[in-house]
Design a protein around this ligand. Sequence first.
Ligand SMILES: [Zn+2]
Ligand SMILES: [Zn+2]
Length: 75
Amino acid sequence: MTKTQHPDPSSLCCDSMRAALQLDCESHDDPFDCPDSLIAYNEGLDQFALIVHDGERHVVLIRYCPWCGSSLLRE
Ligand SMILES: [Zn+2]
Ligand SMILES: [Zn+2]
């Protein structure tokens, strides 16, 4: 089974978001270490963010899916 950052990928808005949250890189376990990784999901806060690959764990929170435009905020 492919590892993913999200506990319930079937609840995600689209295949592009599912793919972005998969941890399928053989070289990096941590999405912040992998230059191919675009999105970080914070399970505790239920927030999605763009990873800023500047060597630190910086993110830019996003409220809408960059691919399909669905709202990522939970009621
Ligand atoms: Zn990688
Ligand atoms: Zn989407």
